[in-house]
Design a protein around this ligand. Structure first.
Ligand SMILES: Nc1nc2c(ncn2[C@@H]2O[C@H](COP(=O)(O)OP(=O)(O)OP(=O)(O)O)[C@@H](O)[C@H]2O)c(=O)[nH]1
Ligand SMILES: [Mg+2]
Length: 191
């Protein structure tokens, strides 16, 4: 008999640079029943990013077309670009009875919460403090000064949404945070 359990839908959100992308990749590597939901975005790919793997990179026109076709479970505009979780990406994962990992913002998490039939577990990741976050954003060398300034401004607005999450973890040390996350996952996988 197939596993009758509903797939676990683990949502990770955080202010920019708190490390959720790293954490989601670690989860996927340690437990192959988890697949990361590949979002659609109108943002330009970064040199290390692969279309279809990191994101489905689409034009604004195509995104709007999909939106009109009701193709998304949720979508949001972040730093001037659109991001969205397509129903077909999620169906592909759940058809295999796999669990889903979402690296999405609070707006997406809020929209997914409306689908009461989903087995959602929402985790908000915090950086140790604001100064550390700025250091990380500079160290990862991915954004120019303006973008870092924008991300730091967004920080205060993002953190207020932690109250809507089931768990809040501080990512002081990535291995410690990962271990805490693994405990949360195993607790919910047993239910
Ligand atoms: N609502 C929603 N948010 C998304 C989706 N995909 C990605 N995001 C969020 O969009 C924000 C920007 O993501 P990216 O453009 O990849 O940039 P990043 O440098 O990885 O950003 P951070 O992970 O926040 O540091 C992040 O907070 C993601 O979690 C989506 O499908 N829906
Ligand atoms: Mg990220």
């Amino acid at each position: 008999m197939n596993n009758p359990k509903k797939p676990l839908m683990l949502v990770l959100s955080s202010p920019s640079g708190a490390g959720k992308t790293t954490l989601s990749k670690k989860i996927q590597q340690s437990d192959n029943s988890f697949e990361i939901s590949v979002s659609h975005t109108t943002r330009k790919p970064r040199p290390n990013e692969v279309d279809g793997l990191d994101y489905h990179f689409v034009t604004k026109k195509n995104f709007e077309l999909l939106l009109n076709q009701n193709a998304f479970y949720e979508h949001a505009e972040i730093f001037g670009n659109y991001y969205g979780t397509s129903k077909s990406s999620i169906n592909q994962i759940t058809q295999k009875n796999n669990n889903v990992l979402f690296d999405i913002d609070w707006q997406g998490s809020q929209q997914l919460s409306k689908f009461k039939q989903l087995n959602l577990v929402k985790v908000f990741i915090l950086p140790p403090n604001k100064e550390e976050l700025e250091k990380r954003l500079i160290a990862r060398n991915q954004d120019d000064k303006e973008a870092i300034k924008r991300r730091m401004l967004a920080y205060s607005k993002d953190v207020v949404h932690q109250i809507d999450y089931d768990y809040v973890l501080v990512n002081d040390n990535v291995d410690d945070c990962f271990n805490k996350l693994k405990k949360i996952i195993s607790k919910h996988l047993q239910i």
